[in-house]
Design a protein around this ligand. Structure first.
Ligand code: GA4
Length: 381
């Protein structure tokens, strides 16, 4: 079933949408309520004071930029993405494309496959250590957020949402997307592309554009400036264009945690000592702090539709800088049974989804296009 085109809407700036920003250093009971409210009302929010070490983020971003600055034939050795590995423009197996290149890796063992060994041939161990360090910090963040969500939703078992991701057989993934700078010499083409973009953007979609607004760590930005990607379209052109980099979709897993080195992002001022690698600024150091969190399809199913897996998309880069986003997709083990939690099924809210395994859901998702609504196929009504 193909999802009909969303109602045409304007592109709205992220700030204007009022995306909730949650400071995780507040009292736990307050944070738990805020997370539950953000998940119910928006399905998307950003977190600050999340505890993921700044230098782990910087090392991960630098490793991404190092890889994407390799010549195309070197990068191709880590591809094709079937489904894991290096991909360029092609997304999934059913004809979706986007203005990006990416690395898709298993979160539990990022360099286990022969392909992954091609990512950093000189030092595969270093690459895998950097990814492991980042993934473990972000997995911990994902699980803490899910446990607080459980408290905020007053679940009897507050670990029910996080346990599948903590499981050592968890099928979680990490994706590094690289959106090269993208320019156009032809003003008419630019206008056409920009018009198309504007008329198909929905309010909910713009949240992913917002994900492009977290600011780069200074070290990674320096790496970006050095990056000589083979996907850069035309360096000599005058006009910036805005196109879909990764089309509209919802994330299939339980929870997604995204960081981006977007150009005009959010920063907070921290004491100099607290922020290694940040950009110096007056009395302190400006460091990017936000992670963006979104509810995935499985969390929608486990909460019987009380939380909604938000549809989003990412625009292709329209700046002079390469943009890198890193997303952790928290998923259960392949054979876990996904079913609405008992307390989410009530007289007012009867069961909406039949039980299914993650393996079954994955099979369905890979048989469909990016924008298709897969969870609908598991509804009981
Ligand atoms: C969307 C979320 C993740 O990026 C992803 C994507 C996956 C892929 O790129 O291989 C999918 C897409 C995502 C959903 C539908 C299918 C599968 C591309 C596609 C057309 C890694 C995931 O898990 O699902």
């Amino acid at each position: 079933m193909v999802v009909p085109s969303p109602t045409p809407a304007r592109s709205v700036a992220a700030g204007a949408l009022g995306i909730p920003s949650i400071d995780l250093s507040q009292r736990r009971d307050r944070v738990a309520k805020l997370i539950a409210r953000a998940c119910e009302e928006v399905g998307f929010f950003k977190v600050i004071n999340h505890g993921v070490p700044t230098d782990a983020i910087a090392r991960m971003e630098a490793a991404g930029f190092d890889f994407f600055s390799l010549p195309a034939h070197e990068k191709q050795k880590a591809g094709p993405p079937n489904p894991l590995g290096y991909g360029s423009r092609n997304i999934g197996f059913n004809g979706d494309t986007g203005e990006l290149e990416y690395l898709l890796l298993h979160a539990n063992n990022p360099s286990c496959s022969q392909k992954a060994k091609m990512i950093n041939r000189k030092d595969p161990l270093k690459f895998s250590c950097v990814v492991n360090e980042y993934v473990e910090a972000v997995r911990q963040l994902a699980c803490e957020i899910l446990e607080m969500l459980g408290e905020g939703l007053r679940l009897r078992d507050c670990g029910a949402l996080s346990r599948p991701i903590r499981d050592c057989d968890s099928d979680s993934l990490v994706r590094i997307n690289h959106y090269p700078p993208c320019y156009c010499t032809n003003k008419k083409v630019e206008d056409e592309l920009c018009t198309t973009t504007t008329t198909t953007t929905t309010t909910t979609n713009t949240v992913a554009t917002a994900t492009a607004t977290a600011t780069a760590i200074a070290a990674a930005a320096a790496a970006a400036a050095k990056s000589s990607s083979t996907m850069v379209m035309n360096n000599s052109s005058k006009h910036k264009i805005s196109r879909v980099g990764f089309g509209e979709h919802s994330d299939p897993q339980i929870i997604s945690i995204l960081r981006s080195n977007g150009v005009d992002g959010l920063q907070v001022l921290q004491p100099a000592a607290a922020a290694a690698g940040g950009e110096a600024g007056g009395g302190g150091v400006w460091v990017p702090v936000a992670f963006f969190i979104n509810v995935g399809d499985l969390l929608q199913a486990m909460t019987n539709g009380r939380l909604t897996s938000i549809r989003h998309r990412a625009m292709a880069n329209s700046s002079y800088k390469s943009r890198l986003s890193i997303i952790f997709f928290g998923a259960p083990p392949l054979h876990s049974l996904i079913s609405p939690l008992p307390e989410m099924i009530t007289a007012d809210s009867p069961r909406r989804y039949r039980p299914f395994t993650w393996a079954e859901y994955k099979k369905t998702m890979y048989s469909l296009r990016l924008s298709q609504d897969r969870l609908d196929l598991f509804r009981t009504d």
